[in-house]
Design a protein around this ligand. Structure first.
Ligand code: MG
Ligand code: FE
Length: 172
């Protein structure tokens, strides 16, 4: 049936895009973890989300396999938006922790939209079994975004405190 096939194709494309997105996420978080040692609470949450992200990436691997797509067809194509976020994660500035946190919130919002769309496609394509798996990832992204939103203010104050302390400033 035509409609079903279109839904299946869009679903598989969505899985591929999400797979590429999670690969980017792993790289971005790993880079940030190298530089956030002054913010232990943030580091701890990022470490947790790195583990979640690795599991999400593997989850998408399994769903791609279950969708009947050959693994050799799979290539992780970086999207320009994510390239920008990655560049932002590199920028060596005093307020890097703040910029990274804003970028991370943007990244999580993107992931939430992507998984919401993917769940709709899975539904249309008749992959009911995939929906529960995708919901797990969606919930993890929502929880990460919520954490970031709740920590913008405390992280800003922690940053300000560091900036005001000359003994800390020399560490940069
Ligand atoms: Mg993710
Ligand atoms: Fe995420």
């Amino acid at each position: 049936m035509m409609t079903n096939e279109a839904a299946h194709t869009a679903y598989v494309d969505g899985l591929r895009n999400a797979h590429a997105l999670e690969k980017q996420a792993i790289e971005i978080i790993e880079r940030q973890l190298e530089r956030m040692e002054s913010y232990p609470e943030l580091m701890q949450r990022l470490r947790q989300h790195l583990q979640e992200t690795q599991a999400q990436h593997e989850r998408l691997d399994r769903l791609l396999e279950a969708s009947g797509e050959s693994r050799s067809m799979l290539k992780d194509v970086a999207m320009s938006f994510m390239g920008n976020v990655a560049a932002l994660a590199h920028a060596p500035a005093d307020d890097e922790v703040l910029k990274n946190t804003f970028a991370n919130a943007g990244f999580e919002a993107y992931e939430i939209a992507a998984y919401t769309s993917l769940i709709a496609l899975a539904q249309q394509a008749g992959h009911a079994d995939a929906i529960t798996e995708l919901q797990k990832s969606l919930e993890e992204e929502r929880s990460m975004l919520q954490w970031l939103e709740q920590h913008v203010e405390p992280l800003t104050l922690a940053y300000l405190e560091r900036e005001a302390d000359p003994s800390e400033a020399t560490l940069r």
